[in-house]
Design a protein around this ligand. Structure first.
Ligand SMILES: [Fe+2]
Length: 251
């Protein structure tokens, strides 16, 4: 089976270019998807100036494939949880009413999603109880695991993400993944608005492209993050029962 992995849609119907890009990505997903495939959305579904999940969900429903969402720093945990409850009740819901942390056990891999949303904080936060939840779910899993979280949990070598908007929760998360690296097949994330790949021990960590706009690489410090005119895209992670092969698709 295949896990399609899209990220950072920053959906806002007023953003015409962004909308076109998101639609191109969804059309490409529709062309490749087969029965039993699943869509993972690693956060920033909406842009923060737009609060209605319905028009985006309508586009996702049209794909006719199950999807799993994760909050990004542009989403809002309460709004996304409410939208899922109202519009897509088949989606796994969290135990805590405030954080969209959940597990999906419907597939050959267990998906564990963590909600890093914190208002006005690009780096987000993962609280100790969430790491406890993660560890417990890893420990009691008989299946291999994919973890989904919005921010790239490692240094990306990029100033805006590593320094200006650093995520202080990263080292503890990394420690946990390292401890269970044999069980965790993949960490999927976004936030970097680029395809960036690293690893924690033997576990690959993959940030998908943004489906809306790509960021320029600020290896040297700059004042503000700039757009790069590169194609948008997404990932396909194909699981063959033992291993995952990941395909970058630029559109
Ligand atoms: Fe983000």
């Amino acid at each position: 089976m295949k896990f399609f992995h899209i990220s950072d849609l920053h959906f806002n119907p007023q953003d015409m270019l962004g909308l076109q890009n998101v639609e191109k990505v969804l059309q490409s997903v529709a062309a490749y998807k087969q029965k039993d495939d699943v869509l993972l959305i690693s956060g920033d579904l909406l842009n923060k100036d737009f609060g209605d999940y319905r028009p985006l969900f309508d586009k996702l429903f049209a794909l006719n494939m199950p999807f799993l969402c994760c909050t990004g720093n542009h989403d809002d945990s309460l709004c996304l949880i409410a939208a899922l409850k109202n519009l897509y009740p088949a989606h796994p819901l969290p135990q805590s009413p405030h954080k969209l942390d959940y597990v999906c056990n419907d597939y050959p891999l267990k998906i564990i999603t963590l909600d890093s949303y914190k208002e006005n904080c690009a780096g987000g936060e993962i609280l100790p109880f969430q790491l406890d939840f993660l560890e417990q779910e890893i420990e009691n899993s008989h299946k291999p695991i994919i973890i989904m979280v919005h921010q790239f949990p490692l240094d990306a070598g990029l100033n805006f993400f590593d320094k200006k908007t650093a995520a202080p929760w990263r080292p503890k998360f990394v420690q946990l993944v390292a401890k269970y690296q044999e069980k965790i097949k993949l960490v999927v994330c976004g936030h970097l608005h680029n395809s960036v790949i690293s690893h924690i021990g033997q576990t690959p960590v993959i940030s998908a492209f943004s489906a809306n706009w790509q960021a320029d690489f600020d290896f040297a410090p700059i004042e503000n993050l700039k757009n790069a005119s590169r194609p948008v895209g997404y990932y396909i992670h194909r699981f063959d029962g033992a291993d995952i092969t990941s395909y970058a698709v630029a559109v």
